[in-house]
Design a protein around this ligand. Structure first.
Ligand code: PHE
Length: 475
């Protein structure tokens, strides 16, 4: 058998997994979720979820990948064989491949918005615009399929080029440039926010002092879903990258680094954005428009500095999204390459083209198809979930299949897989911490994920009702 393909440098797994984890989830989603869900209360619950669920699940995916040195489907097959477990567990990875295809198709469209913003900041288009005008700019972008298709194509093409070049030449080399750049730009914007706005202490207070009355069951559930999305868990993405991990690298240490870096970047994004929002007397609870309307209006009011900051900031969003999107392509390409021996370049471009075409559904969701009412009625459109096909895709991919993937991984590694595999792989952990990890994987993680899962299917009101009934019963 040939030597397994591994990263050239010891630190690359950390870079690659952190690159996958740090993305739109940190810079776009996290701040607006903090803003919508009670500031410090959300941050506190999020941090607990990352530590209690995110870290142990990240270690589990890494164990399977590193043990087998292969694509996710074969990795599960190989560990299952050694554990005398059913080969049906491979279904977990197969399901992931389908879901990441869908996630990438809309991820790329949203990343495309950032490409459009970077370009328009660069040409001074935003200069002096007020909130209404920036809101209109955003609305016009969403209403224009041609513009959306151009940027979506540019983004998918960049992703394909990196992946086609291979793990070492493409992923490893590009990350060596992208990750430090990401960090530098974010620190620069935080630096500006810290010294120039005078709102830094207000932000610290907002983000880090928790008002416990704001911690509702729904806040806990949303924070957990966000932890999964942000850490790229449950999708066999981390498993795929772990396959390239060198033998001498510690899984525990690497997982701690990746989880830590992802969390730091999310917090830094908050520290970069909120002072600017506060300084302009704007509302933190503006939802998905926080970056594309609220923050952009603030930049637009800052003259030349705003133009530079806006350009740098959205460029940062592009890089963060790109280092995540490549991780959404690699699992399928690696599988085709290893399992069927198909040429990497051919698979990459065919796959990316298919994702691109599927992405058109998202693009038209924002304009021509936005109120498609098939499968629904006027007041309860599309299965009662949302008003466009994109809402439905996003709901099923992020809120249903991501927790489901996480649940399957935790059941597989916790219960089905031979625990000797984990024991060998977690060679740096002491006996006590290993047992702790196993208990968390077997009991804590599945129960908590089931909560997220049930809640996302039943919706907010119903879940709160059930939780209240259960708590009353125990009182
Ligand atoms: N973690 C990425 C982000 O925060 C998104 C992602 C999800 C990537 C799932 C891979 C798998 O943007």
């Amino acid at each position: 058998m040939s030597e397994p393909k591994v990263w050239a440098r010891k630190s690359t797994f950390i870079f690659a997994a952190a690159g996958s984890a740090i993305g739109l989830g940190n810079i776009w989603k996290f701040p607006y979720m903090v803003g919508e869900n009670g500031g410090g209360a959300f941050v506190l619950v999020y941090l607990i979820c990352v530590l209690l669920i995110g870290l142990p699940v990240m270690m589990s995916e890494t164990i399977v990948g590193k043990y087998s040195h292969g694509n996710a489907i074969d990795a599960i097959s190989k560990t299952a064989k050694r554990s005398n477990a059913s080969q049906w567990w491979k279904g977990t990875a197969v399901l992931s491949m389908v879901v990441i295809f869908v996630i990438l198709s809309f991820y790329s469209v949203i990343a495309g918005w950032a490409v459009d913003y970077t370009y328009n900041f660069a040409i001074g288009e935003f200069s002096g615009k007020n909130a209404d005008q920036v809101g209109k700019f955003f609305g016009d972008l969403l209403a224009d399929p041609k513009r959306l298709i151009i940027w979506h194509s540019v983004f998918m093409f960049l992703t394909a080029i990196i992946i086609a070049r291979g793990a070492q030449e493409g992923i490893e080399k590009s990350l060596g440039i992208m990750m430090p750049l990401l960090f530098i730009i974010l620190i620069a914007v935080v630096g500006y926010s810290m010294f120039a706005t005078g709102k830094f202490s207000e932000t610290i207070n907002y983000m880090f002092s928790a008002d416990f009355s704001k911690i509702t069951p729904m806040v806990i559930i949303k924070a957990m879903g966000q932890a999964f999305f942000s850490l790229s868990l449950g999708m066999c993405v981390i498993m795929t990258y772990a396959a390239y991990m060198r033998k001498d690298v510690s899984i525990t240490e690497s997982s701690l680094y990746v989880t830590g870096l992802d969390t730091i970047m999310a917090l830094l994004a908050g520290l970069a954005i909120f002072p600017i929002v506060f300084a302009n007397g704007m509302n933190t609870g503006s939802g998905p428009g926080l970056l594309f309307v609220t923050l952009s209006t603030a930049f637009a009011q800052l003259g030349v500095i705003g133009t530079v900051l806006g350009m740098a900031f959205f460029f940062l969003v592009i890089i963060a999204a790109l280092s995540s999107s490549i991780s959404l392509v690699e699992p399928f390409v690696k599988w085709c390459e290893e399992h069927f021996g198909i040429n990497r370049v051919v698979t990459t471009f065919t796959y990316c083209f298919a994702v691109w075409a599927f992405g058109l559904i998202t693009i038209y969701s924002f304009n021509d198809w936005s109120v498609v009412e098939f499968m629904g009625t006027e007041d309860k459109p599309l299965l009662g979930i949302g008003k466009s096909p994109f809402d439905v895709l996003d709901f099923f991919a992020s809120s249903v299949f991501l927790p489901l993937g996480g649940l399957l991984v935790s059941l597989y590694v916790g219960w089905a897989m031979d625990k000797e595999i984990s024991r060998e792989q977690l060679f740096t952990l002491s006996g006590f911490f290993f047992s702790l990890w196993l208990v968390v994987m077997r009991f804590v993680v599945p129960v908590l994920i089931c909560l997220v899962f049930v809640s996302s299917i039943l919706g907010e009101a119903k879940t709160v009702e059930i939780i209240e009934q259960v708590t009353n019963y125990f009182h």
